[in-house]
Write a new protein. Structure first.
Lengths: 178, 612
């Protein structure tokens, strides 16, 4: 906490070291959050890249009173949501196994995921977007239902219901596979 | 937490090294141009700082003299103050140059290891590091690099430079290079005009050592009194540690003359008595104010990073806050010296102030860990903040598992990470989070350190959103801290009510705006028409019960300062209320301004006139 406060302060003062430390501290975490949303390594890398680039560009104007980790996770969530919506408009699908078109050469590996982790991402990908978002923000980002409700512009009760339904569905998908 | 939740929490992936490097390259590339754009022209450049340093001028003069005598180097001069480089020289083919800098020699005569680079005509002109040496060279990879960007980049890759295998840079391909010199310094070199036989190099040399702190100095200064010159020192030059007696002739000068005298004598601060008590007044000193406990926590590197790019010279005095914890002040002198300072005391009868400071030294013998000195007060503040921080995290986890409700008391062993922390929580923490849910205002006080509070000098406070804040005595009333637990809870209730009022009126404003967009800029006749748009039913009910709506018949094209709605329940308390205006902004209107808006506590049913 204190480290994050110092990092925020130093970053605001233009310290590249501070940005570097934020980057090193949160890169893998944000990639995990993005993967939980998208289940697509290149797309996850893209949005985390964009989040850090925007952060770097706003250095001196950076104003954040709250939690740095929540802030970054929310940035990833917002971009992931935009990408999912854009994907839907273009008829893409998120579900496991519905990856990009086969290419002449396999794309370079960008992320390293354990087998069980990949199973969890595949299962999350089968949830409706809203349920997945609540679950990821709640568990991976540690956000409160109240904050998620504001983000999704839904009631507290609706968000809790989405969470419960999502967990139930995950339980049935992952039954005995963990 | 069930197995599904645990599996999700533990589902983490890791970027490959290539991805990690690739993203960082792009991110750092974006930071540097924005920093370069922010830099005032030549404002913080090293050369200007160096030239302001009294010790460096003779050294530079010596370097220029030696270099002028050297064979093969036509000119060797410090860069102009307006440029960002520290040195420049023309180097001819087969001539070696010491960047550190000391001299230049013809390559044929000797090749001592002290010399760093040479120039030859290969590929139209190539800069090489001396072969077989411990030197390292790296070049920036992005197109059209600029000086400031390259300096920042060179520092960022310092740790990796040892692995670099590059030994030369062709001027056709790249005009910049970062070089680890034979003396372990970092030189950033720019190749200027060049041909096969010679090149003009410009470079800046910086130490690669991590900075540390010098010893803590405790100083007592007499306060300046123009009518009563003191034989005691009243002023200090932080760069040298010298304390200075101000003679009566200087005190008799006009203000401009006095300031000029202080500057000419290298003085960075003087002690004086202000309306608020004893203080230090800076002379061209760049200052910041940080929380008290940080004296023991900030490494010298942190001070250097924080102060390097700050140039605003504060005119605010550094006050001794009687009976309170003293803030710490990172500072930078006119000559570029940096340090931190903290007031320690004031003797009213003797008219003196006492403070402690320590300077950041680039070549301090101790490492970062060694800098944190035993300072009981600072450590206590820091420990308290750290444990409150951990408590905040535990409360959040507890709430997650208990329908967003905080525990009734802190006597739950699982809330602490250790027995020591648990004992501290029970003994030292006042908990006011019973009955609070996470849905309430994030600025509610949840707990505070009552042991610190009892000393009356300030305390650490944990808020519902988990952030910790040091609250000084001047803010005790704001949080009700001086009146005990009931008082804090009362203030919490008020704050929650205020936040709710502001947030719901804001939401109402957005709903009205959407309604207006779809209804030719017209506002609804009643709130019932936007019931669905307001969203949650409990929010709508709250608005109906507490808000007076005045927008019926108004159009969004009318004056933006028309009142659309206000919180009538708050208004009835007589202590002001939140008001929603036609331009959708929400503002708290204090009692004395209520009459401007014709708000008197009685419900209004007609459109309200703009402010008088």
């Amino acid at each position: 906490m204190i480290e994050d406060e110092l990092l925020k302060l130093r970053f605001k003062l233009g310290s590249e070291d501070a940005l570097r430390r934020i980057y090193e501290k949160y890169l893998d975490y944000l990639l995990s959050v993005a993967m939980a949303f998208l289940n697509d390594a290149p797309a996850s890398e893209d949005i985390v890249h964009d989040v850090f680039v925007s952060l770097a560009q706003m250095a001196r104007q950076f104003q954040l009173r709250g939690n740095l980790k929540h802030y970054l996770a929310t940035c990833v969530a917002n971009r992931a949501r935009d990408r999912l919506r854009a994907g839907k408009r273009h008829g893409d699908r998120l579900a496991a196994g519905a990856g990009p078109e086969p290419q002449a050469e396999p794309p370079e590996e960008t992320l390293i995921c354990a087998e069980q982790t990949q199973r969890v991402y595949d299962a999350l990908a089968q949830l409706p977007d809203e349920q997945r978002e609540v679950i990821v923000l709640r568990i991976k980002a540690g956000m409160k239902f109240r904050q998620i409700a504001e983000m999704q512009d839904a009631s507290f009760v609706a968000v809790q219901a989405r969470y419960r339904r999502g967990i139930d569905k995950l339980r049935s998908i992952l039954n005995g596979r963990l | 937490m069930g197995p599904i939740e645990s599996a999700i929490e533990q589902a983490n992936c890791k970027a490959t090294d290539a991805t990690r490097r690739q993203i960082w390259q792009d991110v750092a590339g974006r930071l540097r141009p924005s920093q370069a754009a922010r830099q005032p022209q030549g404002g913080d450049c090293l050369w200007r700082v160096l030239m302001k340093t009294r010790f460096v001028k003779p050294a530079i003069a010596a370097v220029v003299l030696i270099a002028a005598l050297a064979v093969g180097v036509e000119t060797f001069r410090p860069g102009k103050a307006a440029k960002t480089h520290a040195f420049s020289a023309e180097v001819r083919a087969n001539t070696a140059l010491d960047l550190d800098p000391r001299a230049a020699i013809p390559l044929r005569q000797a090749r001592p290891e002290d010399f760093d680079v040479t120039w030859d005509g290969e590929n139209g002109g190539t800069l090489r590091i001396m072969p077989g040496s411990s030197l390292r060279l790296s070049t920036p990879s992005w197109p059209e690099p600029e000086w400031d960007d390259v300096v920042g980049w060179a520092h960022s890759i310092l740790a990796k430079m040892q692995e670099s295998t590059a030994t030369s840079v062709s001027a056709r391909e790249n005009r910049f290079a970062a070089i680890l010199t034979s003396e372990g310094n970092l030189a950033v070199v720019q190749i200027g005009d060049y041909d096969e036989s010679k090149a003009r190099l410009q470079w800046q040399v910086e130490s690669t050592a991590l900075p540390g702190y010098g010893p803590v100095q405790v100083v007592t200064l007499a306060c300046v009194d123009p009518n009563k010159p003191s034989a005691q020192p009243c002023a200090i030059d932080f760069d040298t540690g010298r304390t200075i007696v101000i003679p009566s002739q200087a005190l008799a000068l006009a203000p401009e003359g006095f300031l000029s005298w202080l500057e000419q004598n290298g003085i960075d601060a003087i002690a004086r008595i202000s309306d608020e008590g004893g203080c230090l007044a800076g002379v061209g000193l760049v200052l910041q104010t940080w929380e008290p406990g940080l004296w023991a926590a900030i490494p010298a590197l942190g001070i250097r990073d924080a102060m390097t790019r700050v140039s605003y010279q504060s005119r605010d005095p550094i006050l001794f806050r009687e009976g309170q914890y003293q803030f710490i002040h990172p500072f930078k002198t006119r000559e570029g010296g940096m340090g931190i300072l903290q007031m320690r005391g004031m003797d009213r009868s003797g008219q003196t102030v006492q403070f402690r400071y320590r300077m950041v030294l680039e070549d301090a013998p101790a490492g970062i860990e060694g800098e944190i000195q035993d300072d009981a007060e600072s450590l206590q503040l820091l420990q308290s903040a750290e444990w409150l921080n951990r408590l905040g995290r535990s409360l959040l986890i507890y709430a997650n598992q208990n329908e967003d409700r905080l525990p009734e008391s802190l006597e739950i062993r699982e809330l602490a990470d250790s027995e020591e922390q648990y004992q501290w929580m029970v003994k030292d923490v006042e908990y006011v989070g019973a009955g609070v849910t996470c849905a309430q205002s994030p600025s509610l006080v949840v707990a505070y350190d009552r042991t610190l509070l009892a000393k009356g000098k300030g305390t650490n406070v944990l808020f519902l959103d988990s952030h910790i804040e040091f609250v000084g005595p001047e803010k005790f009333a704001k949080y009700g801290l001086s009146g005990g637990v009931e008082s804090v809870m009362q203030k919490n209730a008020e704050r929650d009510r205020h936040d709710r009022s502001q947030s719901y009126l804001d939401r109402l404003g957005r709903s009205l705006r959407i309604y207006g967009n779809q209804n030719k800029d017209r506002l609804p006749q009643s709130l019932e028409e936007i019931r669905q748009r307001i969203g949650r039913e409990d929010r709508y009910q709250w608005i109906v019960e507490n808000v007076e709506y005045l927008g019926a018949g108004l159009m969004f094209s009318q004056s933006p300062s028309l009142v659309v709605a206000y919180d009538r329940t708050l208004l009835a308390t007589g202590r002001g209320t939140y008001v929603l205006f036609l331009d959708s902004h929400v503002e708290f209107i204090e009692p004395k301004r209520l009459s401007q808006y014709d708000l008197s506590g009685e419900p209004q049913n007609a459109p309200v006139t703009p402010p008088k």
